[in-house]
Design a protein around this ligand. Structure first.
Ligand SMILES: [Zn+2]
Length: 697
């Protein structure tokens, strides 16, 4: 393994397992790197109340038939509440589902079973759920979740074996494992620290821990030692899920060797994000195609930024999957399914946005969870039916090609860096820096593999060995003052060009210098009111005379108080660095700051950003690596205002693009000039909350 390859694996970039044979109806595998996809992979998930009675189920089928083409697959939930159900109840439901799935096939749909609870989600309906001598999911303080069980308990594993056997014998076209297979269950938080799991960990490492001593090892002592035991625990979590999936795969494929198994995920940092290996296990020895359902929380459209936030979560999940996982249906979930909670337009755009971020389709969990007529859902069905041709066009155009742009750093070990200095590691939350940079027209990417610039925040780098950090610093890096401090402490000061030299927490305003990267915005100010939105304003000192100042700090009397709060530096390895000490992640939405950031990222990338929106619009953008010489991308006008004259800068010599709206209407746009290696295309108008698909001619 060469140095670069090893570095990629540490960055969390290598997905892969052996090439898998594909028998999916929507895709033909043409090799591990370029599966051809001819349409979107769309399913609807339906709840128990909609299939329990024959009469209601007929109504559901009639609704799908009325909007023929709205779905390819119908996935049947095994329960309406979230803990595992008793085996006799499961057996009875599997029998009914066998008949329901046969009926669905007569109407032209693939039909599968979605096992809502393998180990269970949380406490709910406990009186009617699985009871018995099973070990409950247990947190580090010894508290248990009665609605969720330990996947390392032999009796739980026997329960799992039986329900998957019953499922496979019901003859579904596919089986979905739901997202209860994780660690993080209400009300206890992260598990599983039962005595049995601690003894498994002891066998893996040869070190004996109690819950108390393990908690102390996670949170107390030297940083290196804490990182080590945290990384070992993440590997233990990966192993636990791997063992559970081995059991599921062997149980299912013993009965039905070609059965497709799918897994629904979220942003699974604490579980070790081992999606590529878990996909390989679920494929089994025959390399049966695996399906994936990346998910996240966006249950209503009250907060508009949550839509694209979920797309970024989904994009990260897809980026780990082997190229030959081709059916990737984003979770579209409107729980508890009250129609006015999320507009039909939002649901349609959400599916498009997640396809842009890497999915090849969508799984709609949007219909009622009552035994009731579905009249109120008809406008939603009509909208999704109308949108289906655009889903297909997006999936077939973008396929599984990698997303190229600016990578907000993460890897499979990122979780180990949370709360490293103080606090409880197990409450650290998502380790990825959240920022506004993707919403001003800069292109997102989720894997360092296809990235042109890396964004580093605070302790991210602790998940990496030093030689990989050095490789990162040979490229383009944008970071905050805390990350700068961390890198300098680790001995990389010569490559960063700056050092932090104190901070102020009140009354500081950023003022742009006359550096060429600021262009016509030299002298402009950015005041983010530290009295409202708390954030340190850092002073940076240059440690190399070639470092350049991008902005200084002034106070409310306009007095200069700091010569530099952000700057750029080109190091001796050719790496380009930008350190931002004043609100590095938020408040990017005025014209001067947005323009500065676009100039900076273009510079950091050495003119290799594949595309960006240079006009002043709130736009989210996903660009794919060229396939057969053709660039394709998609962007959303993420604003309630129509966007006039959206200017797309595209790194190509091609002078013509085709632009498709969400009704698949095509317009052809000619370049209106060049700027360096970029062609400039002006798209006259994009309506509010609409996506456009762009292809190079
Ligand atoms: Zn356990």
């Amino acid at each position: 393994m060469n140095k670069f390859f090893v570095a990629l694996s540490f960055l969390g970039l290598i997905g892969c397992g052996p090439s898998m044979r594909s028998s999916n109806s929507t895709a033909v595998s043409t090799g591990p790197t370029n599966p051809k996809i001819d349409k979107a992979s769309i399913s609807f998930r339906i709840g128990v109340p909609l299939w329990s009675s024959q009469k209601r189920f007929e109504e559901v089928l009639n609704l799908f038939d009325k909007y023929k083409g709205v779905t390819d697959e119908i996935s049947f939930f095994t329960s309406a509440t979230h803990p595992p159900i008793p085996i006799d109840v499961f057996r009875e439901r599997a029998g009914i589902l066998k008949a329901r799935m046969a009926e669905a096939r007569k109407h032209g749909y693939k039909a599968g079973i979605n096992i809502l609870s393998t180990i269970g989600h949380h406490n709910e309906n406990l009186d009617n759920s699985l009871k018995g001598d099973y070990i409950n999911m247990t947190n580090i303080d010894g508290q248990i979740c009665k609605g969720s069980f330990c996947p390392n308990d032999d009796r739980v594993r026997e329960y799992v074996r039986i329900i998957y056997e019953l499922t496979a014998k019901a003859n579904p076209d596919y089986i979905w494992v739901d997202d209860d297979v994780r660690f993080g269950h209400m009300p206890i938080g992260l598990g599983c620290f039962c005595d049995n799991c601690l003894s498994v960990f002891q066998k893996e490492l040869g070190v004996k821990y109690t819950r108390e001593s393990l908690k102390s090892a996670f949170n107390d002592g030297e940083t290196e030692q804490k990182l080590k035991v945290r990384a070992e625990w993440l590997q233990h979590n990966r192993n636990t899920i791997s063992r559970l999936f081995t059991l599921i795969e062997q149980t299912v494929h013993k009965i039905s060797p070609d059965m497709q198994i799918g897994f629904m995920t979220g942003d699974r940092f604490y579980e070790g994000y081992d999606f590529d290996n878990w996909a390989k296990i679920l494929a089994g020895p025959k390399h049966t195609p695996v399906m994936w359902r990346p998910g996240g929380g966006y249950y209503n459209d009250n907060t508009t930024s949550e839509l694209v936030g979920k797309s970024h979560d989904v994009g990260r999940q897809v980026s780990v999957l082997p190229q030959d996982v081709v059916s990737i249906q984003s979770e579209i979930e409107n729980f508890p399914y009250q129609r006015l909670k999320k507009a039909a337009n939002s649901v349609a755009l959400e599916a498009c946005s997640h396809i842009a971020a890497g999915c090849t389709g969508a799984a709609f969990n949007v219909l009622s969870f009552y035994d009731e007529p579905l009249d109120e859902y008809e406008p939603l069905m009509a909208k999704l039916s109308e949108s289906r041709p655009f889903f297909d066009l997006m999936a077939s155009t973008l396929g599984r090609s990698p997303i190229s742009g600016i990578h907000t750093f993460w890897n499979k070990d990122s979780y180990i860096t949370g709360k490293i200095e103080e606090g409880n590691w197990l409450s650290a939350g998502n380790p990825v820096v959240n920022h506004d940079l993707y919403s001003i027209g800069l292109p997102a990417s989720y894997s360092g593999n296809a990235s042109k610039v890396t964004i580093l925040g605070k302790d991210n780098v602790l998940a990496l060995p030093k030689f990989v950090i050095k490789i990162l610093l040979e490229g383009g890096v944008y970071m905050d003052a805390q990350a700068l401090n961390q890198l300098n402490k680790m001995g990389f000061g010569e490559l960063t060009g700056f050092e932090p030299a104190g901070s102020d927490n009140v009354d500081r305003i950023e003022k742009f210098t006359n550096d060429p990267l600021n262009g016509i915005y030299s002298g402009r100010q950015r005041d983010n009111r530290q009295s409202f939105w708390k954030s340190e304003a850092w002073t940076l000192r240059r440690t190399d005379e070639k470092a350049r100042f991008l902005s200084s700090l002034v106070d409310y009397s306009c007095k200069d108080v700091s010569e530099c709060t952000s700057g750029v530096f080109e190091n001796k390895l050719g790496g380009r660095i930008c350190v931002s000490g004043y609100y590095p992640w938020t408040f990017m939405e005025n014209q001067s700051k947005g323009s500065q950031m676009k100039s900076v990222f273009r510079w950091l990338s050495r003119e290799t950003l594949p595309a960006y929106i240079s006009s002043f619009h709130k736009v989210n953008l996903w660009v794919r690596e060229p396939q057969n010489g053709r660039i394709a991308l998609a962007f959303t006008n993420s604003s309630f205002d129509a966007a006039q004259n959206v200017t797309l800068m595209l790194r190509t010599e091609n002078r013509t693009i085709k632009v498709y709206d969400m009704r698949c209407r095509e317009s052809v746009i000619q370049s209106s000039g060049t700027d360096g290696s970029y062609q400039k295309f002006v798209i006259p108008v994009v309506d509010p909350w609409q996506m456009r698909l762009v292809m190079c001619e």
